[in-house]
Design a protein around this ligand. Structure first.
Ligand code: GRF
Length: 205
């Protein structure tokens, strides 16, 4: 296992868990840091990690912004950083440490429904309103992209698209369809990135 991975999250951590399980099962990479900027009372990732025998390390915004977190991850020889429901903007100086190796997942088909404030249920409610109002917005999905200093604007690596049925869907059904796509594809795409293999850029279900 030559590659070292860090995972940063802010909440439930279901994608983080899908990632660390996949990387571990395939002996693809060593997860040397699982970090969360919230405490266990607000972030389910701690329980998930504990159940899998792993530890989440808490850090604060100032650690990210002062360069302390970058130093820590450099000391652990991190090659790839996967953001999994991580809500803070990544500073330019931090990105400079891993210019193409910080990857994020977003629960819509970017560039639609991205940007500051567009996370979690906010995304799915906006997607649902658009789908109800306009037949050109009857799909949604998930995007995996490289991270730059603007929210949700880095190079798209992969998108999976799924139909919205305006008669039977609602924001919570859309959310669970998208989450299931995320759990399926984020680990696979992470694997291809780590192996430096070509990735089919989009898939439509
Ligand atoms: C996912 O929908 C992801 O796309 C977004 O935040 C959500 C995180 O969910 N960035 P979880 O914490 O992985 O369960």
């Amino acid at each position: 296992m030559s590659q070292q991975v860090a995972i940063l999250a802010s909440g439930s951590g279901s994608n983080a868990q899908a990632l660390w399980r996949h990387l571990g099962e395939k002996s693809l990479a060593e997860v040397v840091f699982i970090g969360c900027n919230r405490g266990p009372e607000r972030a389910g990732i701690y329980e998930r990690a504990e159940a899998d025998g792993l530890v989440v390390e808490r850090f604060a915004r100032k650690d990210l912004e002062s360069g302390q977190l970058r130093k820590l991850l450099e000391a652990r020889m991190v090659d790839w950083i996967f953001l999994a429901g991580f809500l803070m903007r990544i500073p330019r100086d931090f990105i400079a440490g891993w210019p193409r190796q910080i990857v994020n997942i977003h629960p819509s088909l970017l560039p639609h429904f991205g940007g500051q404030g567009m996370w979690g249920h906010h995304v799915h409610e906006a997607v649902w309103s658009a789908a109800e109002a306009d037949e050109n917005f009857r799909t949604t999905g998930m995007t995996i992209h490289r991270v730059n200093e603007n929210y949700d604007e880095g190079e798209v690596v992969f998108q999976a698209e799924v139909a919205i049925d305006p008669r039977t869907d609602d924001p919570s059904k859309i959310a669970s369809k998208v989450l299931s796509l995320e759990h399926t594809y984020y680990p696979k795409v992470a694997e291809h990135l780590i192996r430096d293999e070509p990735i089919q850029k989009s898939i439509s279900l």
